[in-house]
Design a protein around this ligand. Sequence first.
Ligand code: SAM
Ligand code: SF4
Length: 332
Amino acid sequence: MRQPLLDGFGRQARKLRLSVTDRCNFRCSFCMPQNPVWLPHSEILTYEEMARLVKILSSMGVGKIRLTGGEPLMRKDLDILVRLLKDIEGVESISLTTNGYLLAGMTEKLREAGLESVTVSLHSLKPERFESIVGRKDVFSHVLDGIKAASKAGLKPVKINCVVTRGCNDDEVIDFVELARSSGLVVRFIEYMPFDGQKFWSTKLVVTGREILEAISRVYGLVELPREAGSTSRVFRFRDGSPGEVNIITSISQPFCSDCDRIRMTADGKIVPCLFSRDEYDIKPLLRSGSSDEELERFIRDAFRRKSPGVEYMLNRGHIPQHVRPMYTLGG
Ligand code: SAM
Ligand code: SF4
C-alpha cells in the first residue's frame, strides 16, 4: 500500500461513499427539491472513470466502497460497475444504499457481481404514510419485495435505514424494532439532517438518538456493543437474545467526527471530504484531460488534507448545522 490518505487532523480515509447518479425515482420530502434539475449525462463519470479513481483510492487504503446516489439502481447495469470494482486490489467490500424499488429484480445479478451487503431505506411500515414520505404511489410493496429478495439472495447484512422526523413517523419506532426482532434485520434509525431539498429542516423536527433509545428501552432491553472506530452508528442487540439489531445514527446530536474515516465522491466527480461542509474538489477536468494516476493521487491527497473538522466542532462552538446540499446530490 502507498502512504495512507490522511486529512489535516490525522484522520485516515478507509471508506468511500460513491454516488453513481443524482437521479431518483422517489421524491422523499427530506431529500429532494420539488423540481430537481439533473446533471447532464455527459457530466456523470463513466464506470471506467469511477473504477480508475477507486483503484487510486484503494491503493491508499480506502477499501470499503458504498454505492449510493440519488438512487443507484437507476443507473443502468450497475452490476458492471460492481464487477469492475470487485477486481481492484485493495477493495475489501462493496455495499449499496438503495430505496429498494428496483431491487427485487437485481439482487442475484448484483450478488454474483460481488455486492456483499445492502441497506434499504424504509421510513414507515404503513403503506400510505410511506408513499406520502417518498412522494410516489404504489411503491411500498416493491420495496418490501426488494428487502425479501436481498435476504434470499444471501446479501449480508441487510439493513433498513429509517429517517425519523418528529410528527411524521416517530410513533413507529417500536414497530420497526419489532420488525428487527422478527426478521433478524438491522434497523438503523437516522437523525434528520439539514440536507433536505426543500429546506424546511429545523432542530424541532429532529428526533434525537437519545429519545429513540428511551422509547425503545421502555419496551425492550438493549445492550450496546463497543463502538467500532470510524463508525457513524451506535449498535445495540437485544438483552433477551432475540435476533436483529438496532443502530442509532446520531449525526446531529452526537456526531462522531473525531475518527471519521469517510471520503465521498459525487456522480460528476467532485470529491467531498466532509458531508457537513460545502467544500468540494472537482477531479473530472484532470480525469478527462489525460492526467496520470500520480497527478490524480496528488489532487485527491490535496483535497482530503483540507477536510473540515466536522459538525462536532461546530456544535461544540454553539453553531447549529446549516443546509449544505440536498442529500440526493451526494448520497448518504
Ligand atoms: N436513494 C437511496 C436511498 O434512499 O436509500 C440512496 C441515497 S439516499 C440520499 C441515502 C440515505 O440518506 C437514505 O437512507 C436516505 O433516507 C438518507 N437521507 C436522505 N435525506 C436525509 C436527511 N435529510 N437526513 C437524514 N438522512 C437522509
Ligand atoms: Fe431518492 Fe434516496 Fe433521496 Fe429518497 S432519499 S429522494 S430515494 S435519493
